[in-house]
Design a protein around this ligand. Structure first.
Ligand SMILES: Cc1cc2nc3c(=O)[nH]c(=O)nc-3n(C[C@H](O)[C@H](O)[C@H](O)COP(=O)(O)OP(=O)(O)OC[C@H]3O[C@@H](n4cnc5c(N)ncnc54)[C@H](O)[C@@H]3O)c2cc1C
Length: 486
């Protein structure tokens, strides 16, 4: 198979797919997915994508303000301006590509409200917007003759010599193959699996961030982690099912263990305060009531409307024995999103020449210290399109030749010892969940650094288990270091 490409895109979520669609058709592109194309955080997105679509009742300035307020004004203002001014055109492009957003009776996209937004501006496809967008983009990218898609292919190692990136990729039967490119786009998603409880897909182990870090790229604000206030409180599985913010947007109340609303005691925006605020309020209320039982209650709304608006959430809860039209939904905060990541400029350029990063693995600065709901799908499309435009503008100057490089990751070796991932998750859960615990962070940091050194220095078998464990311990070190330095 062909091993030299103009561009390799590491990741096939919305950032990777939309980036591929925007690259010049003359460029030979390799698009990698660790598992099947649809297994990613993008497919899980429920609420929708934020954009100023209704200029009569909304404005870019309001979207900017809401983004800055939610981000605690730690956002990069230039990036926020780009996100909000260019975003509506990308959303229109998604519609042209075939994304079927829900519509009002007059045929306009239905705009919903979510926490931190002062106007309804979230376009959505029922409560499965991410799947609708991902499926549409996959169909479009599969039709591109210049894009080769490799599923079940894990990027294990990354090197750069001269003008060429070298990527060691492991396929599902277990063979290693090196691919080479002049441009590399990292679109590998988030880090949720470093926590015991997360809404993230199993691919979210921070592999791309780790590969970039090991190559020397600047990583920024990895401790800017969003804890969603309302995941379904089912502690039997690691992947917590999200009860989208739009359930609160459509009128649900947040209740404590006494079935009382409590947000009025903490914030005038009530249930629709930004996520970090609501999560912190829940932790405060838990201390006050000595209970970690919390509920969302939407039983006062029309049951048929609730079922029609949230079919996915309704069905998922029903499987757990909870009918959201009649029962309170047990909820609790859990890890949800990474605002920090591989540091990039407004064209998604990293600190390594020829390397780009977009989507959740990147740090554009748009989200500041806390992401405004539904701004991440928007960030993924806006900045992956800008990344593609930048590469298109530089590609004609790229040399014809590729440097050579040989990896030695196919050597036999011992599998990694059991328990490294479990220990890392438990450390993070104790050291930094909603708010940091500095004593736990200090001891946890030392331990995860030891684990990282162990994995980096020993000749373990390089399989997916090894790669993901190495990523988790590396990401854990970076998060806790930032927590301790902040
Ligand atoms: C439950 C849930 C609900 C959400 N709801 C919303 C919402 O309503 N609105 C919103 O704006 N945002 C939402 N988000 C956030 C949003 O979905 C993500 O931030 C965004 O989709 C990330 O897209 P991405 O392309 O960066 O990464 P992903 O979609 O996660 O894709 C990552 C890709 O990288 C690949 N990959 C990773 N490691 C490797 C490797 N080593 N080798 C090869 N490939 C690799 C994966 O296979 C995958 O293809 C939600 C997230 C979750 C989890």
């Amino acid at each position: 198979m062909q091993t030299n490409y103009d561009v390799i895109i590491l990741g096939s979520g919305i950032a990777g797919l939309y980036g591929a669609l925007n690259l010049d058709r003359k460029l030979r592109v390799l698009l990698l997915a660790k598992r099947e194309l649809t297994l990613c955080n993008s497919s899980l997105a429920q609420g929708g994508i934020a954009a100023v679509y209704d200029r009569l009742h909304d404005s870019v300035q309001k979207h900017i303000n809401d983004t800055l307020v939610a981000g605690g004004f730690r956002n990069d203002r230039k990036a926020v301006e780009i996100l909000t001014t260019e975003g509506p055109d990308d959303v229109r492009r998604l519609i042209e590509l075939g994304v079927d957003f829900d519509r009002t009776e007059t045929g306009e996209p239905h705009l919903t409200l979510e926490g931190g937004h002062t106007r309804p501006r979230i376009l959505h496809h029922k409560d499965s917007t991410g799947k609708e967008i991902t499926d549409t983009l996959i169909q479009q990218v599969r039709a591109l003759p210049n894009v080769t898609i490799l599923e079940h292919s894990t990027a294990c190692d990354l090197q750069k010599t001269g003008n060429t990136f070298h990527l060691d990729v492991l396929d599902e039967p277990g063979s290693h193959q090196a691919f080479h490119s002049h441009f590399l786009v990292i679109a590998s998603g988030g880090i949720g699996r470093v926590y015991e409880y997360t809404t993230n897909s199993s691919i979210a182990t921070g592999d791309g961030i780790t590969l970039a870090y090991r190559l020397g790229a600047r990583i920024k604000n990895l401790h800017y982690i969003q804890f969603h206030p309302t995941a379904f409180a089912n502690r039997h599985t690691r992947e917590s099912f999200l009860i989208s913010e739009s359930v609160r947007g459509e009128g649900a109340y947040l209740l404590n263990c006494h079935s009382q609303r409590f947000m009025q005691e903490y914030d005038e925006r009530l249930e629709l305060a930004p996520r970090d605020v609501v999560s912190r309020c829940i932790m405060e209320e838990a201390k006050r009531t000595h209970s970690d039982q919390f509920y969302l209650d939407i039983t006062h709304e029309d049951p048929d409307a609730v079922k029609a608006r949230f079919p996915l959430i309704y069905e998922n809860l029903l499987k757990e024995g909870c009918d959201m039209t009649r029962d309170k939904i047990p909820v609790y905060p859990c890890q949800h999103y990474l605002m920090g990541g591989i540091d990039v400029d407004i064209d998604s350029t990293t600190t390594i020449d020829g390397m780009y990063a977009c989507g959740e693995c990147s740090h554009t600065g748009v989200h500041g210290a806390n992401r405004l709901a539904s701004n991440s799908l928007l960030e993924a499309v806006v900045f992956s399109r800008r990344c593609a435009a930048k590469i298109n503008s530089l590609a004609s100057d790229a040399p014809d030749s590729f440097e050579e490089y040989t990896f030695h990751n196919d050597r036999p070796g011992e599998p990694i010892p059991h328990g490294i991932r479990t220990e890392t998750r438990s450390i993070l859960q104790k050291a930094y969940f909603v708010t940091p615990d500095l004593a736990e962070a200090r001891s946890g940091y030392e331990r995860v650094c030891q684990l990282r050194d162990q994995l980096e220095s020993s000749g373990y078998l390089v399989n997916r288990d090894f790669v993901e464990a190495r990523s988790l311990v590396t990401v854990a070190c970076l998060i806790l270091r930032e927590v301790l330095e902040d």
